[in-house]
Design a protein around this ligand. Sequence first.
Ligand SMILES: Cc1ncc(C[n+]2csc(CCOP(=O)(O)OP(=O)(O)O)c2C)c(N)n1
Ligand SMILES: [Mg+2]
Length: 321
Amino acid sequence: MTESETGTGAMLRDLRDVWRIRLLEEKVRDLRLGGDIVGSVHLCIGQEAGPVGACSVLEPADALFATYRGHGWALARGVPAAAILAELLGRATGVNGGRGGSAHFTAPEYGFHGENSIVGAGAPLALGAALAGRFDGTGRVALCVFGDGAMNQGAVHESMNFAAAFDLPVVFVCENNEYSELTPIRDMVRNDVLADRARAYGMLGERIDGNDPAVVRDRVGDAVQSAREGGGPVLLELMTARLVGHYIGDAEQYRQPGELERLAENEPVTRLQAALRAAAVPESDIAAAHDDAAHEIEAAAREAAAAPLADAEAVRRHVHA
Ligand SMILES: Cc1ncc(C[n+]2csc(CCOP(=O)(O)OP(=O)(O)O)c2C)c(N)n1
Ligand SMILES: [Mg+2]
């Protein structure tokens, strides 16, 4: 392998990809606070290493299922930033013509099978995609993303049991940011090592560092390969943290003194930049990783804002009752 595939080359690429998500989310936050985006918005600032690492090992036919905190997963999966921003801005050029919005858009043409505002509801959908792959010849693996709070949803338990019993190629990715809305995970469960539950279903489970894209790539890569080869499902618990509120407007009164400062030391941008500096990578390369991402997101925001608003005539399209 060359230096660009491993070591500092890969770290620089990861830093740029983390920045792409961070800057997209900061743009979304500004547009929401300015009133251009309306409705409830959940940002993934601090949690970017999961999507960056995991999406880098997926094949085009694989199916990714995310949650309402899904903008970063969509971007990492290949959905263009302009199409995401246009969607959130209610523009006709949005990925769903402006009808889905922040928490409900889907882009199957990119292998992104949607966000979902019902906690845990992506899990049974992921089973369906994995099962269908048995019959349609794609060899598809389904990657199902949900939070620590979703681990206590009945649909998630049922899905893990079903996937294990039928050896379905599903990689369950639990983003453990240690909060379910405003409630800390330790107040909701007796054993807060959520990966331990995998054994009860008869599958492998592992708690990993979810703030390092290289670790996520390695562990999700192994899980995806094993699932694709018939090894059945895997549960990976990605330890991470959101550096912002549950939703835009959250007063975050549940934070402990010094908590955000402690989390900031362990967040992906800080860590990748420190590792690159320790490896004597030039400051200009580190800055370029940010600047490349910033140019992309700024151009995408301009393109999205210039697009026409969704036509009111389109409001009933794709509505089934
Ligand atoms: C079935 C269902 N129950 C409750 C809610 C309300 N709710 C919205 S987000 C959320 C927290 C989920 O926490 P977690 O799964 O850890 O995901 P995170 O928001 O931390 O990414 C809850 C309880 C919901 N949307 N759907
Ligand atoms: Mg959570």
